[in-house]
Design a protein around this ligand. Structure first.
Ligand SMILES: NC(=O)c1ccc[n+]([C@@H]2O[C@H](COP(=O)([O-])OP(=O)(O)OC[C@H]3O[C@@H](n4cnc5c(N)ncnc54)[C@H](OP(=O)(O)O)[C@@H]3O)[C@@H](O)[C@H]2O)c1
Length: 304
């Protein structure tokens, strides 16, 4: 049968049997965002079966506590909850500071917090919310933790990205959609494209450091994503879209594979569809645009 073009291979990869690993991550310090629901929660369930020290960054600390009470946890695992709303960059800074005050090593960082919004909503700092949470926050958080991650090498950073980056929508002159009609898919695509483009920039800076950075699509799975939207969207999602989606257990297994599998220790700068190496859309490989987005993101995050 004729092979699909590389950038359409994700259609095959979603049907593939996904890889798993029995490797353990005992002794590691892990930082994870977005672990109070869906994909991140499934990853957390796997992580805490090890003797790990995990920082769970959550905007709703009561929800996080309640969830953790019901998890099966290794007797020697420690979980530390850090409260932060990742739509607010000052909260991201506070979370990073709190973590750095508590640990001098970070072996694994998983940037998973994310959302999809059908409406353009600005944060109190003036950023478009989806762009702020999916891209700006994960960028700033990674940047602030990077020295410690480097000092802990070999270490790994995993960006929970999305095939939704293919919807694009990224316009460097209008990141907040002031001058364009916002749509949920394009806003989501812009944020995930920016995250991918800056992942390649981080990767270049990290060559030779012993730190890997990869991005992954966690599958098309049944989670709470989109449940912040209006009633019609929520009903459509629950009654129609979710019928075609998989159990997010596969996402948790795949995230765990990418952070734990020994053969991936030196694999960096890659995009995975679940556990299959994949090729992102062309616009997400535009390194000229990537450099511009990197600089623009530093500016928005007020990093010198
Ligand atoms: N589901 C899919 O099929 C799919 C496909 C591709 C990519 N993804 C990506 O996977 C990641 C997780 O999504 P999901 O599907 O698991 O959705 P989900 O069930 O809604 O989980 C999203 C997670 O992000 C957290 N979060 C959202 N906004 C936040 C904020 N402002 N501050 C701090 N935390 C925030 C949520 O916290 P709360 O619990 O407090 O809401 C939750 O823990 C996202 O990056 C998403 O883009 C998912």
């Amino acid at each position: 049968m004729k092979k699909l073009p590389d950038e359409l291979m994700f259609l095959e990869h979603r049907k593939a049997v996904q890889l798993t690993t029995d490797a353990r991550i005992d002794g590691k310090v892990v930082v994870i965002t977005g672990a109070t629901s869906g994909v991140g929660l499934e990853a957390l369930k796997k992580i805490v079966l090890n003797e790990v020290y995990v920082f769970v960054v959550a905007r709703n600390i009561f929800k996080a506590k309640e969830l953790i009470n019901h998890l099966k946890i290794n007797n020697n695992a420690k979980i530390d909850l850090i409260e932060a709303d990742f739509s607010i960059l000052s909260d991201v800074r506070k979370a990073a500071e709190e973590i750095l005050n508590k640990t001098s090593r970070i072996d694994i960082l998983i940037n998973c917090a994310g959302l999809h919004s059908t409406k353009r909503i600005l944060t109190k700092e003036g950023n478009e919310t989806v762009f702020a949470v999916n891209h700006l926050a994960s960028f700033l958080f990674t940047y602030l933790l990077l020295d410690t991650i480097k000092a802990s090498a070999p270490s790994r950073i995993l960006q929970i990205n999305s095939e939704g980056h293919r919807f694009n929508g990224l316009n460097i002159d209008d990141l907040d959609w002031k001058n364009r009609h916002y749509t949920g898919l394009r806003g989501y695509g812009a944020s995930k494209t920016a995250q991918l483009l800056t992942t390649w920039e981080f990767h270049d800076q990290l060559i030779g450091s012993g730190v890997t950075i990869n991005a992954m699509h966690p599958g098309d799975v049944k989670t709470n994503i989109g449940q912040n939207n209006g009633l019609i969207y929520r009903l459509f999602s629950k009654l129609v879209i979710q019928r075609f989606l998989k159990d997010p257990k596969v996402s948790g297994e795949s995230i765990y594979y990418l952070i734990a599998e020994p053969s991936l220790e030196k694999v960096s700068g890659q995009y995975f569809h679940l556990t299959q190496k994949s090729v992102p859309a062309k616009h997400a490989l535009d390194r000229t645009l990537g450099k511009k987005i990197y600089l623009k993101t530093l500016e928005i995050c007020e990093i010198d």
